[in-house]
Every structure is written in structure tokens, then in C-alpha cells.
Write a protein that binds this ligand. Structure first.
Ligand code: UTP
Length: 239
């Protein structure tokens, strides 16, 4: 199966920690060993926030700040590439065509951001659509999609399953809620809905959970299931 794993910056690199990057590389290697074609998209994390903060103090405008953020996501991608050794294409693709080419060569591709005005959440969804992935997994620091921010609201309820349209509605509501941190952003949700894509949003702080989710569909997060799709696609049913 073909899978895109979007690893949030706060999951891969809240601060620089080679051990954590190695753990995520081990997850990708495990998926490849099982026969998966893997595209990974990584966020900027704490390092991006520090660089963006410093550049803002220096007078950079929002597009310039986004370019700084994109460069940091690509640096993080290079860390994961370093940990993957020869299994991965040697440089982060800067667009979807280059990522698709890497996957056609049977390389793992690891990319960061692409263009200002969005985050790597949207990159993950666009890449998954572009390469016609069977599954998109968001490894975030929130254990699924909730009806409120679970860090702020102890009564927040997790959705086990949402359609693409329901995901858009929930995320739009969360983004209107000042201070609430949605596990994926609205553009990503809209891309998932438009493409009719199957996705999983889960807590990626224990990277091993990504393996179970991809290979067997087992996880404690939220399934995004396109309208009319079966509960268990054939690649899970065969296991
Ligand atoms: P992230 O995807 O890490 O943003 O990209 P985020 O969701 O704000 O960070 P986390 O996941 O909570 O840690 C970092 C920054 O890079 C720029 C944006 O400024 C973003 O905030 N970026 C990233 C882009 O402008 N375009 C992209 O395609 C990706």
C-alpha cells in the first residue's frame, strides 16, 4: 500500500533530539519492510517557531516568515533523511512532482513545506492526493480530533470517525475558537474532503502507534472515512 505520514513538528522536533528522529525513521523502515511505499512530510516544530520569532523581530513580513518556516521544515526533513540512510531520496523534494518521482523510484520521500500561506498539514494532504495514496496519517501531539481543545477543556470529546465534510465542520469550529489548537488545519481538512481521502489523526508522540495504524488500522485516534467507503479497506482485511 502507499501511505503518506505527516509528522507534526511538535512530534518530530519539539526540540532537537536525534533519538526521537531515529525512532520515527525506524517506523518508516518498518513500514517499508512490510511492503509500503512511504511519503513523509515533516513540520518545523520548536526550531521553526524560534526562527520565525527572531525573523519577526527583525522586521520580516508574513511571506518572508513563511519562507523561514519552510526552510526549517526542510532542515527537519534532512534529519529524517539522514536517519533513513540509503532508503530515502537524498534531498527533500520541493514540489509534489519531485516527491512523486522519488516514490516511483521506490525511494522513501521526505519533504517539508512547499509554499507560503499554509502549513505542512496541507502539504501532507496534497501529497497524498497527488501520489494517490491509500492512506494519510497525521501524527500529531493531540490524540485525535476533538470537539474542543483537550488541553484546555477536560470535557472535550474525541470523534472515533468522521466523514471529510464532518472534519471540515469540526475544524472550522475549532479554528474560530481563539487559542484552540486543531490537530490539522482547515486547508488540510478541505483537501481531504475534496479528494475523498481516507485519513487517520492520531497521537504520534509514541511513534510505534503509526505502525499499528498503517498496517492494521488499529489506533486510538480518529478515522476520516470518505462517504460510501467500507469500514476496513482490503489492505487491512487481508491481515
Ligand atoms: P509547520 O507545518 O510545522 O507549521 O510549518 P505549524 O503547524 O504552525 O507547526 P507545528 O506543527 O504546530 O509545530 C512551520 C511554518 O512553516 C511555514 C508556516 O509559516 C508554518 O507555520 N510553512 C510551512 C509554509 O509557509 N508553507 C508550507 O507549505 C509549510
Amino acid at each position: 500500500m502507499k501511505v503518506v505520514v505527516s509528522i507534526g513538528g511538535s512530534v518530530l522536533a519539539p526540540e532537537l533530539d536525534s533519538g526521537r528522529v531515529r525512532d520515527h525513521a525506524a517506523v518508516i523502515e518498518r513500514l517499508v519492510d512490510d511492503g509500503c511505499a512511504v511519503g513523509a512530510v515533516v513540520g518545523g516544530g520548536g526550531v521553526a517557531r524560534e526562527y520565525i520569532g527572531a525573523a519577526r523581530e527583525l522586521g520580516a513580513n508574513e511571506v518572508e516568515l513563511d519562507q523561514v518556516g519552510i526552510q526549517v521544515t526542510r532542515l527537519n526533513a534532512r534529519l529524517l533523511i539522514a536517519a533513513l540512510g540509503g532508503a530515502a531520496a537524498p534531498r527533500p523534494p520541493e514540489d509534489y512532482e519531485a516527491a512523486g518521482e522519488a516514490l516511483r523510484r521506490d525511494d522513501v520521500c521526505v519533504m517539508g513545506g512547499v509554499t507560503p500561506g499554509q502549513t505542512t498539514d496541507a502539504v501532507g494532504a496534497a501529497l497524498a492526493e497527488y501520489v494517490d495514496a491509500d492512506l494519510l496519517v497525521y501524527a500529531t501531539s493531540v490524540p485525535g480530533v476533538f470537539d474542543a481543545d483537550p488541553n484546555e477543556n477536560p470535557d472535550a470529546r474525541r470523534f472515533d470517525r468522521l466523514s471529510g465534510a464532518e472534519l471540515v465542520d469540526v475544524i472550522a469550529g475549532l479554528e474560530m475558537d481563539a487559542g484552540s489548537s486543531a490537530p490539522v488545519d482547515l486547508l488540510a481538512a478541505k483537501l481531504i474532503q475534496r479528494a475523498g481521502m481516507r485519513a487517520i489523526v492520531l497521537d504520534g508522540r509514541e511513534p510505534g502507534r503509526i505502525v499499528d495504524a498503517v498496517l492494521t488500522g488499529t489506533h486510538d485516534g480518529t478515522d476520516i472515512v470518505p462517504d460510501g467507503a467500507s469500514d476496513r479497506p482490503t489492505y487491512w482485511a487481508q491481515r
